[in-house]
Every structure is written in C-alpha cells, then in structure tokens.
Design a protein around this ligand. Structure first.
Ligand code: ADP
Ligand code: MG
Length: 403
C-alpha cells in the first residue's frame, strides 16, 4: 500500500491553522445548491479538526473563473448552505491569500471554520504557481487534502501547497485511496472489470490499463458495439466507432497475451428507434441485428452469464453503464448486474468499487449504491486512476512520507 499520512498522524492541532483543500464545486440552479453530496463528503474531516480545536481554513475552487474575480463564482454564495450541512457556523474570508486574509484568520478562535475565497480567482492556481502556493502556505501551519476529485490536477492548492507544509490526507481522501487500492492496487483475485458507456474513444487508456490488471474484462454499452463490429459482427445502426476497429482488435490481442478473458455480449436488446419502450423492441442474438436496428442494451442471457462470472470473482471495479440506461427498458442489464454485484458484496464474497458520472447515476437509480463497497463520485480523477495514472495531488501526499 502506498504510504501517506492521515489525520491519525497529524498530532495536536489545537490553535493550529489547518488549510484543508476540499471539493465544494456543487451544482447550483437559481442560487440554490441542487446536490450537496460534495459538501457532505467534507463533514468528517472538518468536524474532526474543529472538534480538536484547529482553526479550519477551507480552500476550494468553484466553477472556471480562469483567474478573474467573478461575483457569481464567489464561494460567499455557498457559505450559508455549507454551514447548514456542516451543522456549525462558517465564516467567509474574501481571499485565499494576502494581508486581508491573514488579518481575518488571525481573528479566528480555535474550533472555528472559514471558507476562503475561490482559489481559481488567481491565475496561479491552475498554473501551480509556486509564489501563489507560498502565499497560501503563509496562512496555515498544516495542510490537509480531502479533495480526491481534484487530485488529478496539479494546481497550487492541490499539489504545490503539499510541498510547503506538513501534509496529510483527510478522511474522505483516505477512504477513497484505501478503496481504490483494494480494487486495483493490491486486489484479491480473481478481479473483474466492467467497462461500459458510450464510446471506446473516451476509454482507450482505461481498457489498455485494465487488460493487464484484471482477470475478466466485461465490455458493455455502446463501446461493445465497436468491439463486435471489429470482429465482423453487423451492428446495424448502433452507436459504433468503425474507425477504431484495429484499436479494438489490438486491445483484444493484449488481453489474450495477459490471460485476461474479455466478455462481449452474445445476446442484445435492439430497436429501430431510440425511445422508451419502442414498438420495435426485441431481444436477439448479436448475429441477428438487422441493418435498420440499433443495439441499446445487453440481453438477458448475457447478463445472467456475467452474473455467474461475478460469482467466481473476489473483486469488481465498474465504470460505465451496460446500456442506454437513461431510457427504459435499456437500463435492465445495468440494473440486474448491479443488483447481483450488490448482493455478492453484501454476502461478503466480493469487494465492489464503482465510479463515473453516469455509472453513479445508474447505481443510484437501481438503489444499490449503498450496497457496493465503495462508490466514487470523483469523475475525472476516478477515470485517470482507472487509466493507471499517478494523480499529482496524491503523489504529493505520498512524498511527504519520506521527509
Ligand atoms: P460514465 O459517466 O459512468 O463514465 P459514460 O459517460 O462513458 O459513463 O457513458 C454513459 C453513456 O453511455 C450513457 O449516456 C448511456 O446512455 C450511453 N450508452 C450506453 N450504452 C449505449 C448504447 N448501447 N447505445 C448508445 N448509448 C449507450
Ligand atoms: Mg459520463
């Protein structure tokens, strides 16, 4: 397990100024927060530090202001809503660096929490400017990173700062890193990966990395069509990247060499038009798709067989829905396989980790997210981790261990 320090190692924080990088980038409509999942993820770390008497200074970005102070992307807009979720009063400090911020911080008492203004109001944030990171560091004694979802970016507040202060992983970051380690870093075998979603082109690096790592690669969604077509199957009007045929064959070859079994569907759900419960809906063998039909989900026989594969596995990592799940009944395979994975997890035979924007939506729709071992809401960072990339925000925490 890669080593990083956590809040267990932070020592006495009473009266210390702790800069905590969090993800407060919540969706808003009409000045109201529409989904406070990201707020809730920060609560354990912030509560723990405040209860121990730290002066908690939250660093976060909001939107893409690109170095310009834009009032509608001020974190002031979120401070009250965030305080409600945290269950305590939260101050707002009008900048994340500089003398004004230093004055405001100097007036804070142990146990108090403040949100510092949007880090991306400074161009140096996204440039990982060392001078900006040094100005941030001047406001604090310790640094905690609790924003896994921003860890794939080497920015001043996510990476640069970790080199300037004693750095620790927050509780949410710690949970995420441990879950990901269990799923792909050092997993119990056999390992299965489900990769679905619309297009092969967006997940080439994911597929390339996984074939060398997992024992079973289950390919579903639109990208399965590209693999089927590459093998000479007629996929009709299906979403399919015909120009990626040789790339798909290359992935299948690499899987063969690595002893990774690739599972492509052998029955599919097709329709002539993409709509909810269309009249032309039918289930057929993959070799029977007509020229005017499109594949919109994996069929029930294949889904059952995939469930049997999962029963032989100890670990599952899942990114991407198996069908066009937003439109019923093309959610059937995703829901059924997710239920199987959830039941195996609850039965204690499977460690299941899932992530990806649409994947999380599909698991929530199937009401099984809570029964998975871990569901990552990190989006881009989760995918980069599935590609086997080193996340700079995580690497900066690891280096701290060596000091
Ligand atoms: P994630 O956000 O979890 O990484 P993706 O964005 O890669 O997932 O893919 C999700 C999208 O793939 C969904 O919008 C879904 O409708 C689409 N999709 C899945 N299967 C098919 C299919 N057979 N035909 C067309 N679209 C599909
Ligand atoms: Mg998506």
């Amino acid at each position: 397990m890669t080593a990083f320090r956590t809040l267990d190692d932070i020592g006495d924080v009473r009266g210390k100024r702790v800069l905590v990088r969090v993800d407060l980038n919540v969706p808003m409509a009409d000045l109201k927060v529409t989904d406070d999942t990201r707020f809730r993820a920060t609560v354990p770390t912030v509560t723990e530090l405040a209860d121990k008497g730290a002066i908690v200074l939250l660093l976060a970005h909001f939107g893409r202001p690109k170095g310009v102070r834009t009032p509608d992307q001020s974190l002031a807009l979120l401070t009250i809503a965030y305080g409600h979720v945290l269950g305590r009063q939260v101050r707002f400090v009008e900048d994340c660096v500089g003398p004004g911020a230093a004055d405001a911080v100097a007036k804070m008492e142990p146990g108090e929490v403040a949100i510092l203004e949007n880090t991306r109001f400074h161009a140096g944030e996204e440039e990982n400017d060392s001078a900006l990171a040094a100005q941030m560091a001047a406001l604090g004694d310790l640094y905690v990173n609790d924003a896994f979802s921003a860890a794939h970016r080497a920015h001043a507040s996510t990476e640069g700062l970790a080199h300037l202060l004693p750095a620790f992983a927050g509780r949410a970051m710690e949970a995420e890193l441990r879950a990901l380690e269990k799923a792909l870093g050092n997993p119990e075998r056999p390992v299965a990966a489900v990769v679905g979603g619309a297009k092969v082109s967006t997940k080439l690096d994911v597929l390339g990395h996984l074939v060398a790592k997992v024992d079973h690669l289950i390919i579903g969604g639109g990208m399965a069509n590209t693999f089927l077509a590459a093998r000479g199957v007629a996929v009709g009007k299906s979403l399919c990247e015909h120009d990626l045929a040789s790339v798909a064959l290359g992935i299948l070859d690499a899987a063969d060499r690595a002893n990774c079994t690739v599972h492509l569907p052998y029955d599919v759900v097709v329709a002539k038009e993409f709509a909810a419960h269309p009249a032309s809906l039918r289930t057929c063998n993959v070799h029977e798709v007509a020229a005017d039909e499109m594949i919109l989900d994996i069929g029930p026989a294949a889904t059952e067989a995939l469930g049997d594969v999962l029963k032989t596995c100890r670990t599952l990592v899942w990114n991407g829905p198996l069908g066009a799940f937003e439109t019923p009944p093309f959610d059937a395979a995703t829901v059924a396989l997710a239920r199987t994975a959830a039941a195996l997890t609850q039965g204690g035979s499977l460690v299941s980790v899932a992530g990806g924007g649409d994947t999380v939506a599909a698991l929530n729709a199937a009401a099984v997210a809570a029964d998975f071992t871990f569901v990552s809401t990190a989006g881009g960072a989760f995918l980069e981790w599935m590609e086997g990339k080193t996340l700079p925000g995580v690497a900066a925490l690891e280096r701290q261990e060596d000091r």
